[in-house]
Design a protein around this ligand. Sequence first.
Ligand code: C5P
Length: 247
Amino acid sequence: GTPGDLAGRHVVVSAGGTREPLDPVRYLGNRSSGRQGCAIATAAAARGARVTVVSAHAEPGVLAELPPQVDIVPVTTAMELHDAVRAAAVDADAVVMAAAVADFRPAEVADTKLKKHSLRTSGGTGEPVRQAAPVIPLAENPDILAGLVTDPPRQDGEHTLVVGFAAETGDADGDVLAHGAAKARRKGADLLAVNAVGTDQGFGDVPNAVVVLDAGGTEVARAQGTKQEVAEALVELIAARLSGRHP
Ligand code: C5P
Protein backbone atom coordinates (compact mmCIF):
# COMPACT_ATOMS: atom_id res chain seq x y z
CA GLY A 1 0.00 0.00 0.00
CA THR A 2 0.99 3.54 -0.69
CA PRO A 3 1.18 5.82 2.33
CA GLY A 4 -1.23 8.68 1.73
CA ASP A 5 -3.64 6.64 -0.40
CA LEU A 6 -6.41 7.23 2.15
CA ALA A 7 -5.99 11.03 2.01
CA GLY A 8 -9.41 12.67 1.82
CA ARG A 9 -11.12 9.57 3.23
CA HIS A 10 -12.96 9.46 6.55
CA VAL A 11 -12.58 6.21 8.49
CA VAL A 12 -14.65 5.61 11.62
CA VAL A 13 -13.46 2.93 14.04
CA SER A 14 -15.29 1.74 17.13
CA ALA A 15 -13.04 0.39 19.87
CA GLY A 16 -13.11 -0.92 23.42
CA GLY A 17 -15.86 -2.56 25.43
CA THR A 18 -19.25 -1.13 26.31
CA ARG A 19 -20.40 -0.88 29.92
CA GLU A 20 -24.09 -1.18 30.70
CA PRO A 21 -25.06 0.40 34.02
CA LEU A 22 -27.11 -1.46 36.56
CA ASP A 23 -27.08 1.30 39.17
CA PRO A 24 -24.81 4.31 39.82
CA VAL A 25 -21.84 2.11 40.78
CA ARG A 26 -22.28 -1.19 38.89
CA TYR A 27 -22.22 -2.24 35.23
CA LEU A 28 -22.18 -5.24 32.92
CA GLY A 29 -18.97 -5.10 30.91
CA ASN A 30 -16.41 -7.12 29.00
CA ARG A 31 -12.64 -7.51 28.74
CA SER A 32 -12.03 -5.68 25.46
CA SER A 33 -8.77 -3.69 25.71
CA GLY A 34 -9.42 -1.39 22.77
CA ARG A 35 -6.03 -2.33 21.25
CA GLN A 36 -7.24 -3.85 17.96
CA GLY A 37 -9.48 -0.86 17.19
CA CYS A 38 -6.76 1.64 18.05
CA ALA A 39 -4.24 -0.27 15.89
CA ILE A 40 -6.65 -0.03 12.96
CA ALA A 41 -7.19 3.68 13.59
CA THR A 42 -3.42 4.24 13.70
CA ALA A 43 -2.87 2.27 10.48
CA ALA A 44 -5.60 4.25 8.68
CA ALA A 45 -4.22 7.58 9.93
CA ALA A 46 -0.72 6.58 8.75
CA ARG A 47 -2.15 6.26 5.21
CA GLY A 48 -3.60 9.74 5.36
CA ALA A 49 -7.21 9.08 6.38
CA ARG A 50 -9.14 11.39 8.67
CA VAL A 51 -9.97 9.02 11.52
CA THR A 52 -12.65 9.10 14.20
CA VAL A 53 -12.40 6.59 17.03
CA VAL A 54 -15.66 6.04 18.91
CA SER A 55 -14.27 4.53 22.06
CA ALA A 56 -16.07 2.58 24.71
CA HIS A 57 -13.97 1.57 27.73
CA ALA A 58 -10.33 0.86 26.84
CA GLU A 59 -7.42 -0.22 29.02
CA PRO A 60 -5.33 2.62 30.44
CA GLY A 61 -2.83 4.03 27.96
CA VAL A 62 -4.36 2.50 24.84
CA LEU A 63 -6.07 5.67 23.60
CA ALA A 64 -3.00 7.73 24.53
CA GLU A 65 -1.03 5.88 21.83
CA LEU A 66 -3.28 7.14 19.04
CA PRO A 67 -1.71 9.73 16.74
CA PRO A 68 -2.75 13.24 17.86
CA GLN A 69 -4.77 13.99 14.71
CA VAL A 70 -7.24 11.15 15.43
CA ASP A 71 -10.56 12.38 16.83
CA ILE A 72 -11.76 10.44 19.87
CA VAL A 73 -15.44 10.30 20.82
CA PRO A 74 -15.76 8.68 24.25
CA VAL A 75 -18.88 6.65 25.01
CA THR A 76 -19.97 4.23 27.71
CA THR A 77 -22.99 2.17 26.66
CA ALA A 78 -23.96 0.31 23.50
CA MET A 79 -26.77 2.82 22.86
CA GLU A 80 -24.29 5.71 23.12
CA LEU A 81 -21.90 3.84 20.81
CA HIS A 82 -24.75 3.29 18.37
CA ASP A 83 -25.64 6.99 18.27
CA ALA A 84 -22.01 8.19 18.09
CA VAL A 85 -21.01 5.72 15.35
CA ARG A 86 -24.04 6.60 13.24
CA ALA A 87 -23.42 10.35 13.71
CA ALA A 88 -19.74 10.00 12.73
CA ALA A 89 -20.62 7.75 9.78
CA VAL A 90 -22.75 10.32 7.89
CA ASP A 91 -19.67 11.15 5.79
CA ALA A 92 -17.63 7.99 6.39
CA ASP A 93 -15.95 6.06 3.59
CA ALA A 94 -15.41 3.11 5.92
CA VAL A 95 -16.67 2.08 9.35
CA VAL A 96 -14.77 -0.61 11.25
CA MET A 97 -16.68 -2.09 14.17
CA ALA A 98 -13.87 -3.34 16.42
CA ALA A 99 -15.71 -2.58 19.67
CA ALA A 100 -17.03 -5.37 21.87
CA VAL A 101 -20.68 -4.35 22.13
CA ALA A 102 -22.95 -5.74 24.84
CA ASP A 103 -25.85 -7.55 23.22
CA PHE A 104 -28.04 -6.81 26.25
CA ARG A 105 -28.36 -4.07 28.87
CA PRO A 106 -30.17 -4.03 32.22
CA ALA A 107 -33.74 -3.09 31.30
CA GLU A 108 -33.87 -0.55 34.10
CA VAL A 109 -31.05 1.45 35.66
CA ALA A 110 -31.60 2.02 39.37
CA ASP A 111 -31.00 5.63 40.36
CA THR A 112 -29.63 4.65 43.75
CA LYS A 113 -27.19 1.88 44.60
CA LEU A 114 -28.94 -1.47 44.79
CA LYS A 115 -28.80 -3.01 48.25
CA LYS A 116 -27.81 -6.60 48.88
CA HIS A 117 -31.00 -8.48 49.52
CA SER A 118 -31.80 -7.99 53.16
CA LEU A 119 -32.08 -10.95 55.47
CA ARG A 120 -35.63 -11.41 56.55
CA THR A 121 -36.94 -13.34 59.46
CA SER A 122 -38.99 -16.36 58.50
CA GLY A 123 -42.44 -16.63 59.98
CA GLY A 124 -42.46 -18.63 63.18
CA THR A 125 -38.99 -20.17 63.56
CA GLY A 126 -37.09 -16.92 64.06
CA GLU A 127 -34.33 -18.29 61.77
CA PRO A 128 -33.16 -15.77 59.16
CA VAL A 129 -33.57 -17.06 55.57
CA ARG A 130 -32.15 -15.52 52.46
CA GLN A 131 -34.48 -14.41 49.74
CA ALA A 132 -33.87 -15.87 46.31
CA ALA A 133 -30.99 -14.20 44.43
CA PRO A 134 -32.26 -11.21 42.47
CA VAL A 135 -32.90 -11.55 38.76
CA ILE A 136 -31.83 -8.72 36.47
CA PRO A 137 -34.19 -8.24 33.52
CA LEU A 138 -32.28 -7.44 30.33
CA ALA A 139 -33.26 -5.54 27.20
CA GLU A 140 -31.68 -6.21 23.80
CA ASN A 141 -29.29 -3.68 22.29
CA PRO A 142 -29.44 -2.99 18.56
CA ASP A 143 -26.89 -4.74 16.33
CA ILE A 144 -24.99 -1.63 15.28
CA LEU A 145 -23.02 -3.38 12.53
CA ALA A 146 -26.10 -4.91 10.92
CA GLY A 147 -27.88 -1.55 11.15
CA LEU A 148 -25.08 0.21 9.27
CA VAL A 149 -25.75 -2.21 6.39
CA THR A 150 -29.56 -2.17 6.39
CA ASP A 151 -29.97 1.54 7.19
CA PRO A 152 -26.77 3.38 6.11
CA PRO A 153 -26.22 6.72 7.85
CA ARG A 154 -24.57 8.15 4.71
CA GLN A 155 -27.25 9.76 2.56
CA ASP A 156 -25.30 11.33 -0.33
CA GLY A 157 -25.36 8.22 -2.49
CA GLU A 158 -21.79 7.16 -1.65
CA HIS A 159 -21.28 3.66 -0.29
CA THR A 160 -19.73 3.29 3.17
CA LEU A 161 -17.55 0.20 3.43
CA VAL A 162 -18.70 -1.67 6.56
CA VAL A 163 -16.21 -3.94 8.34
CA GLY A 164 -16.96 -6.15 11.33
CA PHE A 165 -15.10 -8.49 13.64
CA ALA A 166 -16.24 -11.86 14.87
CA ALA A 167 -14.63 -14.11 17.46
CA GLU A 168 -15.69 -17.67 16.73
CA THR A 169 -15.01 -20.90 18.54
CA GLY A 170 -14.71 -24.37 17.08
CA ASP A 171 -12.53 -27.46 17.17
CA ALA A 172 -11.15 -26.89 13.70
CA ASP A 173 -10.68 -24.15 11.13
CA GLY A 174 -13.64 -25.58 9.24
CA ASP A 175 -16.03 -25.02 12.17
CA VAL A 176 -14.76 -21.53 12.78
CA LEU A 177 -15.05 -20.61 9.11
CA ALA A 178 -18.54 -22.10 8.84
CA HIS A 179 -19.69 -20.07 11.84
CA GLY A 180 -17.93 -16.99 10.47
CA ALA A 181 -19.47 -17.42 7.03
CA ALA A 182 -22.96 -17.73 8.50
CA LYS A 183 -22.37 -14.57 10.52
CA ALA A 184 -20.96 -12.74 7.49
CA ARG A 185 -24.10 -13.53 5.50
CA ARG A 186 -26.37 -12.64 8.42
CA LYS A 187 -24.73 -9.28 9.12
CA GLY A 188 -24.07 -8.36 5.49
CA ALA A 189 -20.91 -6.36 6.22
CA ASP A 190 -18.62 -5.83 3.23
CA LEU A 191 -15.82 -7.49 5.19
CA LEU A 192 -15.89 -9.60 8.37
CA ALA A 193 -12.59 -10.35 10.13
CA VAL A 194 -13.04 -13.70 11.81
CA ASN A 195 -10.84 -14.50 14.76
CA ALA A 196 -10.57 -18.10 15.94
CA VAL A 197 -10.77 -18.35 19.70
CA GLY A 198 -10.21 -21.58 21.56
CA THR A 199 -9.00 -23.48 18.50
CA ASP A 200 -5.93 -25.63 19.06
CA GLN A 201 -5.01 -26.08 15.43
CA GLY A 202 -4.75 -24.04 12.28
CA PHE A 203 -5.10 -20.29 12.21
CA GLY A 204 -6.22 -20.10 15.82
CA ASP A 205 -2.72 -21.11 16.93
CA VAL A 206 -1.54 -17.57 16.43
CA PRO A 207 -2.68 -15.00 19.01
CA ASN A 208 -3.70 -12.50 16.33
CA ALA A 209 -4.89 -14.25 13.23
CA VAL A 210 -7.95 -13.40 11.19
CA VAL A 211 -9.63 -14.77 8.13
CA VAL A 212 -11.42 -12.03 6.25
CA LEU A 213 -14.73 -12.97 4.62
CA ASP A 214 -16.91 -10.97 2.29
CA ALA A 215 -20.68 -10.47 2.68
CA GLY A 216 -21.30 -13.77 0.93
CA GLY A 217 -19.08 -15.63 3.39
CA THR A 218 -16.28 -16.19 0.87
CA GLU A 219 -12.70 -15.95 2.13
CA VAL A 220 -10.89 -12.93 0.68
CA ALA A 221 -7.69 -12.82 2.76
CA ARG A 222 -5.86 -14.09 5.83
CA ALA A 223 -3.71 -12.02 8.13
CA GLN A 224 -1.65 -12.85 11.18
CA GLY A 225 1.05 -11.33 13.32
CA THR A 226 0.93 -8.58 15.89
CA LYS A 227 -2.25 -6.53 16.31
CA GLN A 228 -0.44 -3.82 14.33
CA GLU A 229 0.29 -6.23 11.47
CA VAL A 230 -3.29 -7.49 11.41
CA ALA A 231 -4.51 -3.88 11.46
CA GLU A 232 -2.24 -2.92 8.56
CA ALA A 233 -3.47 -5.90 6.52
CA LEU A 234 -7.10 -4.93 7.17
CA VAL A 235 -6.47 -1.31 6.26
CA GLU A 236 -4.75 -2.51 3.06
CA LEU A 237 -7.94 -4.43 2.18
CA ILE A 238 -10.04 -1.37 2.98
CA ALA A 239 -7.83 0.89 0.85
CA ALA A 240 -7.99 -1.61 -2.01
CA ARG A 241 -11.78 -1.75 -1.87
CA LEU A 242 -12.11 2.04 -1.63
CA SER A 243 -9.93 2.50 -4.69
CA GLY A 244 -11.74 -0.18 -6.64
CA ARG A 245 -8.80 -2.60 -6.46
CA HIS A 246 -10.53 -5.71 -5.21
CA PRO A 247 -8.23 -8.42 -3.92
O1 C5P B 1 -22.62 -11.09 16.67
P1 C5P B 1 -21.26 -10.74 17.19
O2 C5P B 1 -21.30 -9.99 18.51
O3 C5P B 1 -20.29 -11.89 17.19
O4 C5P B 1 -20.69 -9.73 16.11
C1 C5P B 1 -19.50 -9.03 16.32
C2 C5P B 1 -19.46 -7.83 15.43
O5 C5P B 1 -20.69 -7.11 15.51
C3 C5P B 1 -18.40 -6.83 15.86
O6 C5P B 1 -17.96 -6.12 14.71
C4 C5P B 1 -19.17 -5.92 16.82
O7 C5P B 1 -18.56 -4.64 16.91
C5 C5P B 1 -20.53 -5.86 16.15
N1 C5P B 1 -21.69 -5.70 17.05
C6 C5P B 1 -22.50 -4.59 16.92
N2 C5P B 1 -23.60 -4.44 17.74
C7 C5P B 1 -23.91 -5.38 18.65
C8 C5P B 1 -23.10 -6.54 18.78
C9 C5P B 1 -22.00 -6.67 17.97
O8 C5P B 1 -22.23 -3.75 16.07
N3 C5P B 1 -24.99 -5.21 19.43
